[in-house]
Ligand binder design. Sequence first.
Ligand code: BMA
Length: 321
Amino acid sequence: MSPAANSALLVRHQRNPILTVQDWPYPVNTAFNPGAVLLPDGTTLLLCRVEDHRGHSHLCAARSANGVDGWAIDPQPTLAPDPLGHPEDLWGIEDPRITFVPELGRYAVVYTSYSESGPGVSLALTADFRTFERMGMIMSPEDKDAALFPHRIGECWALIHRPVSHTGAHIWISYSPDLRHWGSHKMILPARRGAWWDAGKVGLSTPPVETGRGWLLFYHGVRMTAAGCIYRLGVALMDLATPERCLLRSDEWFFGPEEPYERHGDVDNVVFPCGCTVGPDGDTLRVYYGAADTSIALATGSINGILEWLDRHGHPPADLR
Ligand code: BMA
């Protein structure tokens, strides 16, 4: 299949990149990898990873009525690292994924805390993106690329995350009765090996998207080349009742760095979505992604279109080694 045909699954917005440091109300180095959520009044909120001129990141909210422009950006960090209260935040906080949790009536923000021992997964709860209840680190280093499911699976909360082990960086699921104590860890989506585009390292992109056919799990695959890494996007379909069961996994990536703002930046050749919104039609998917670790871009697709593509280009996982 030609790259153009795959790329058509997600169509880049003509105003990309939609947010850059030029838009920021205070001096920063880069703004990228935002979590995204549609608020009840229809406002799109992006919780952006913002890197300061020390190289440390914090999170900053940007709100827009149409999700494309007219962003109102908080005049100061919305969620800043708190190395005194939370030593795990020593070198900053990064890459938030947001899930609205009806049972709690709050949003769960799951992000990377860059601790002295490496990156781990932290959780904070908020109703308004102004005040946060920080629950601290819930997955110890090295672990990142995590998001909470919006409701319990059976009795337990479920978290997707990406610990690193001696066999590589694979996607896992873990369960908890109380959001604090986590167990029943299982690897659910391994990185492939050899020449595959997602060999060696994969990680969750956006929080899982619930559909009638299962959970769409967008993930990034990393290709390590002599010229550096290439971050591209693939997709898997996980069973609705048992999300640790992979039903289909794409054999090809369907979105990768092509445009100059994705090809070149602080880190070349990176598209890195952490958030998406689903429109009122239940089908229109807006994916917000970091481009080259430098700016924020938007691409739009159809959930049904992606499912159809996965039917044609996906396989049960056992066929993919
Ligand atoms: C990953 C994360 C992302 C970043 C990507 C490319 O490991 O740190 O935040 O966008 O690398 O640099």
